[in-house]
Design a protein around this ligand. Sequence first.
Ligand code: NAD
Length: 335
Amino acid sequence: MSKKIKITVFNSKQWVVDSFSKINQKFHFELDFQETRLYSKTALLANGSDAVCVFVNDDVNAEVIEKLHDLDVKLIALRCAGFNNVSIEKAKEIGMEVVRVPAYSPFAVAEHTLGLILSLNRKFHKAYNRVREGNFALDGLLGFDIHGKTIGVIGAGKIGQTFIKMMSGFGCEILIYDMYENQEMKDLGAKHVSLNTLYQKSDIISLHCPLTKETFHMIDEQAIEKMKDKVMIINTSRGKLIDTDAVIKGLKSNKIGYLGLDVYEEEEALFFEDLSETIIQDDQFVRLQTFPNVLITAHQAFFTKEAVTNIAETTFENIHDYFIEGKVENSVIIE
Ligand code: NAD
C-alpha cells in the first residue's frame, strides 16, 4: 500500500476536527490536527507532512514558507477564500503551490451581513436582555425602515452580489463600487458609481472586496468625512480594510451612527480563542466595545453547516487533485 498523504491542519478548533474528520472518511488522508496557528515559531510542527492546511489568521509569511520548504512540504492548502495572509511572491519564487476554497457559501456571509444590519438597527441584542430582565420599555430601541434606504456595496463579487439580491428584496436602492460592471446586478436596478458617490449617498455601506495593497485602510478619516451623518458601516470582509483609529474618531463625533464588524484589524491575537478569563490587551478593540452602537462578531460570518462542509470537501479535493491527479484546480499562484 502506498504511503498516506499527511496533512498538518493548523488552527484546529473542535469544529475543524469534527468536519474535516467526517469528510476525510472519503479521502483517507493522514490528518495531524494542531490547535495552534501557523506562524514562524510553529512551522516546525509540519515536519513529515506533505501539505499544510491553514485558515484566515495563520501567518504564512516568507519566513514560514522557507521553513515549510525546508521541511519538504509541497502544498499550502487554504481552507478559506481570501489569501492575503500568504506571501504569494515567496511561494512563487520557491515553487510552493498554494490552493484555496474560492467559494463555499456566499449565502453564509451575505446572510450574516444582513443579520448585523438588522441587529444594529432594531437592537435585538439589547431587546433580548431587556425582556429577560422584565424590562419591556421601548425607549432606546427605535430603529428605521430599511426599505427605501440606499445601500453602498464595495466589491460586488460572489458575496456582494448575494447581499445585493437580498437588499434589493427589501426595496433598497443599491450603489456598487467595483472595477467590473455586472449586468445581472444592473438588471436588478443596482447602479455602478464612483467611490466618492457611494460614500456621499449611502445610508449603509457594506464591504465585500478583498484585502489588497489598494484596499488596505480604504475606510480612513478622509473616506468617513465624505459619508452621510449617522452612516452605518458593515465589514464582513477583512479587518484591515478599516482604519480602526479613524472609525473610533467617527463614532466619538457621532458621524458614524452604527458599526457592525465580523472582522477586525488585529483579530489574529483575539478571534477563535476563549479569552473570557484573560485581560484583553488591545485597547482599540476594548474601546470599540464601549460604544452602544457597535456590534462585533468574531469572524463567524462563514460559519454555517453548509459552508463548513463545502470548505472541508473543496480543501480535500484540492489536495487530492495536486497529489493524486497531478493537477491544480484552485491555485492562488496563477490568478
Ligand atoms: P470575490 O472574489 O467573488 O469578489 C470580490 C469582488 O471585489 C470582485 O468583484 C472584485 O472585482 C472586487 N474588488 C477587488 N478589488 C476591489 C477594489 N479595490 N475596490 C472595489 N472592489 C474590488 O470574493 P467573495 O467570495 O465575494 O469574497 C469577498 C471577501 O469576503 C473575501 O475577499 C474575503 O476577504 C471575505 N470573506 C469573509 C468571510 C467571513 O467569514 N467574514 C468569509 C468569506 C469571505
